[in-house]
Design a protein around this ligand. Structure first.
Ligand code: NAD
Length: 465
């Protein structure tokens, strides 16, 4: 393995870095689209050339299977950089807004300008996608950027600190490594935009700090994403997609289905299909399998284990844990009530509570009595069922018969609503997040013929004209 040593950035160095970026930004070097395209290409090459090293780093940090790293991190992020490369000229073109004829001669235009020096703070669970995906948008929009990856992924964060200066313009794009003290220092500074992805607790800290400096913030948070199960679903496919959504990255996915709502008399059939799927995924058990990740830290392990230990539900599959290896087996729990320990907070682990409901209306009531989730899933072949679920709920995204993969669709905004986040990214939405829409017009002197009546002294004649 060729993973560099993780070193935290000196706290005193942080304001100096921001100042250096500000000076570079002010030279206007990122204004030409060609510069941005060259950086986007370099970003894609950084991932492609170092594919194996990134996979090794994610294996070291998360015991991340290479297939998951490839399918959910490296490939989609290369696509994101390429997509921005292909579209940045179009996105950055000034727009003529639709206005009434009165304004026509003034040529009103919306200029797409970089916000300036932006900060991206990312979590541990998808270190590549959630940092370098938005970075593509920040570059495309012409910003300078400080990236703050998670201290919980030291191998990835160290590798990034080594590679970024080799591939990207070091005057404009910098990795700051560190934990609470370093992030606290970053947040004392003013930023032209902050994109924060992580949990709600830290989001409150970020928003409070940003309020002091009036730095605009996009928050990408989490929550409990529900899945509605209709007996009229394709059960085999449902079980596969749902279990995959839950076990990927050992459940440490912000859009993982957190819990399922199943009609009472369908629970046994549903559980049987899920168990069959899990046995197919892990014929020798998940612990021995090379296809199952581990929980990131002892603290996260303890949190999930405590939720599991306190459940009043019945474990019908899995349940074993190994603290030393930070392993939690894919686990299905039935007889889970709305007030159970597993229903209090986002689980962020491979444990699936199955909540039995009398009716779809009861399922809707449970979901609507909680915070708006980041994702909401409905498994059904019945168009009326899906419409009823989607039309009577709120969530960042509402997805039928699939889990997770919508995040990679470049044309779809990825973001939450209310407590699951504010703002969105991926594709053009990332570009927009880091772009200032600057209004401009140019009023020719001859228009005084029409507009001259606005000047004092105000007279009745002028008012009538
Ligand atoms: P986290 O909130 O603990 O950490 C995120 C970032 O905040 C890290 O870079 C960390 O260094 C920094 N941080 C931690 N404590 C801080 C403090 N006191 N002050 C300033 N900065 C601090 O999140 P996590 O555990 O890494 O990730 C899990 C959470 O992220 C889950 O809630 C999950 O749902 C959410 N998430 C959301 C998305 C999304 O796109 N909406 C994606 C992935 C994860």
């Amino acid at each position: 393995m060729t993973i560099p040593v993780y070193t935290m950035t000196a706290v005193d160095e942080i304001p100096v870095i921001r100042e250096r970026l500000r000076r570079a930004f002010r030279t206007g070097k990122a204004k030409p689209i060609e510069y941005r395209k060259q950086q986007l290409l370099a970003l894609a090459y950084m991932l492609q050339d170092n594919d194996t090293r990134f996979k090794e780093a994610m294996m070291a940090d998360l015991h991340r299977p290479a297939t998951e790293a490839d399918f959910l991190e490296i490939k989609p992020t290369i696509t994101e950089a390429k997509f921005a490369y292909d579209n940045v000229s179009k996105w950055a073109t000034p727009e003529s807004p639709a206005l009434s004829f009165n304004w026509f001669a003034m040529k009103p235009t919306i200029r797409k300008e970089a916000k300036g020096i932006v900060l991206i703070i990312s979590p541990f669970n998808y270190p590549v996608t959630l940092l370098l995906g938005p970075l593509a948008g920040a570059i495309a929009a012409g910003n300078a950027c400080v990236m703050k990856p998670s201290e919980l992924t030291p191998a990835f964060s160290a590798l990034l600190a080594e590679l970024v200066p080799k591939y990207l313009d070091p005057e404009m794009y910098v990795v700051v490594n560190g934990a609470v003290p370093e992030t606290t220092k970053l947040l004392e500074l003013q930023w032209d935009h902050i994109l924060y992805t992580g949990g709600a607790r830290v989001a409150r800290i970020v928003l409070t700090a940003a309020a002091q400096t009036l730095s605009p913030v996009t928050t990408e948070l989490g929550g409990k994403s529900p899945a509605f199960i209709d007996p009229k679903c394709d059960l085999k496919v449902t079980a596969k997609r749902l279990m995959w959504g839950k076990i990927t990255n050992a459940g440490q996915t912000c859009v993982a289905p957190d819990y399922v709502l199943v009609p009472k008399d369908f629970v046994d059939k549903f559980v049987e299909a899920c168990i069959k799927t899990l046995n197919e995924f892990y014929p020798q058990g998940a612990e021995k399998s090379g296809s199952f990740a581990r929980i990131i830290s002892p603290a996260h392990f303890a949190r999930i284990k405590a939720q599991l230990d306190a459940t009043k539900g019945k474990i019908v599959y899995g349940g074993s844990t190994n603290a030393e290896k930070k392993f939690i087996e894919p686990t299905l729990v039935v007889n889970v009530r709305d007030d159970d320990s597993l229903m209090k907070e986002e689980i962020f682990g491979p444990v699936l509570p199955i909540v039995a409901v009398e009716s779809l209306d009861e399922a809707l009531e449970i979901v609507n009595s909680r915070d708006h989730p980041l994702a909401l899933y409905a498994f059904s072949k019945d168009a009326a069922y899906k419409a009823k679920v989607f039309n009577n709920t709120h969530s960042g995204a509402c997805i039928a018969n699939e889990t997770l993969i919508h995040v990679g669709a470049e044309g779809l905004p990825f973001g939450g609503i209310g407590p699951s986040g504010a703002g969105a990214h991926t594709g053009k939405y990332s570009f927009d997040t880091f772009t200032h829409l600057r209004s401009t017009l140019d009023n020719p002197g001859w228009l005084e013929l029409i507009l001259g009546g606005r000047y004092p002294p105000y007279t009745d004649k002028k008012l009538a004209s």
